[in-house]
Write a protein that binds this ligand. Structure first.
Ligand code: UT7
Length: 337
């Protein structure tokens, strides 16, 4: 049992939360666009590297092996983030896993991960906000830390979207991949997270969904991903801009203060449009969609960790994270790293 979970949590000087470590994990099986083209050709479906690159910017994605679950991808990402933060599982008093592809219907993947990490006793739950899941989870962890309910949170996005793809639908199956990213978020006297802005509009449930469910021991409805790509595209471009402006205003900052923009990695055209609207040079846009595809809730922490480990995002940099996806959900987090 983690003794710290029962110690008083209040820290008089800790008015903020701050990311103290990042980690990520990709399953080893990498499929290039040519690999996907060959895979779909076996089903008589045509696609091409040229179409996928031109419309999305994606060149490759990773797929988990059979038998590997969401918590298995989350575990090495979480361990890497803890190591980077100089923390151990015993220090963790909150685990949030953002995922739409959990190990089980219940219990939560966060509880399964907690056991694998050996961080027993702390609070653990999943966040379901699809591709916005990580920014939602980060904003909840920030509130809980600032409210004194937690001191050291593991916030993770982990997904195995390859399990919910329809490989007979070329308009979606070439877009998504598997992976996990994690951050350690700790109570801090210095910011940290400067502002968050989260939204949902349930009128758009149908434009991006997996409509099936489990009932009476059977799968009812279609358990594979459906997306009206153009509707998602149009909504995403508008809401990402408004969320970005909201967090900048809340934090009393301007676009000129931004060192990095790390949006959800779904389509390079959406990401570049967001950067252009903020008048950011494209050199300040972190792009991993080319190598990861769209990993839903994992995409932002995967991109953040990639940028941190490559030496681009440094301590003190001002970073904007932006999520958008099924629900329809969206949100932004502005932070000093
Ligand atoms: O993670 C949540 C957030 N998700 C997103 O942000 C996704 C947002 N949407 C998008 O990224 C884009 O809408 C897509 C990448 C999904 C599609 O790009 P598009 O430029 O909107 O293409 P489209 O749907 O207008 O399709 C254009 C053409 C169609 O052919 P016709 O009707 O013009 O003859 C499609 O059938 O491209 C065809 N097409 C393909 N061709 C080759 C669609 N998928 C493929 C494919 N390979 N994989």
């Amino acid at each position: 049992m983690n003794a710290q979970a029962f110690a008083p949590l209040a820290q008089p000087n800790a008015r903020y939360s701050r990311i103290t470590g990042t980690g990520s994990h990709l399953p080893p099986r990498r499929l290039s666009n040519d690999d996907m083209t060959a895979l779909l050709a076996q089903r008589g479906i045509e696609t091409s590297d040229a179409w996928i690159v031109e419309r999305t910017g994606i060149r490759a994605r990773h797929f988990a092996a059979d038998g590997v679950n969401c918590s298995d991808l989350a575990l090495p990402a979480a361990r890497a983030a803890l190591e980077a933060a100089g923390r151990t599982a015993d220090d963790v008093d909150l685990i949030i896993v953002a995922t739409s592809t959990p190990d089980m219907v219940f219990p939560s993947t966060a509880c399964i991960l907690q056991d694998k990490l050996g961080a027993n006793g702390c609070m653990a739950f999943d966040m379901q906000a699809v591709c916005s899941g990580f920014v939602y989870a980060l904003s909840v962890a920030d509130s809980m830390i600032r409210g004194g309910m937690a001191r050291c949170a593991l916030v993770i996005g982990s997904e195995i979207f390859s399990r919910i793809l329809d490989f007979n639908d070329r308009t979606t199956c070439v877009l998504f991949g598997d992976g996990a990213g994690a951050v350690v978020l700790e109570a801090s006297a210095e910011p940290g997270i400067l502002a968050t802005d989260m939204h949902a509009d349930g009128r758009h449930v149908g434009i991006l969904c997996v409509p099936g469910t489990v009932s009476g021991g059977q799968v009812l409805g279609d358990p594979l991903l459906k997306m009206d790509g153009q509707s998602v595209f149009k909504l995403a471009v508008g809401v990402l801009d408004s969320a970005a402006r909201a967090v900048l205003e809340r934090a009393g900052r301007t676009e000129a203060d931004l060192d990095w923009l790390i949006p959800h990695q779904a389509n390079i055209r959406i990401m570049q449009s967001t950067a252009r609207k903020l008048k950011l040079p494209l050199s300040k846009l972190v792009v991993t969609v080319d190598e990861h595809g769209n990993t839903s809730a994992a995409s932002i922490p995967l991109a953040l960790d990639t940028a941190v480990r490559s030496g681009r995002v440094k301590r003190g940099d001002t970073v904007m994270l932006e999520g958008v996806g099924g629900g329809f959900t969206w949100g932004a987090v502005l932070l000093d790293f």
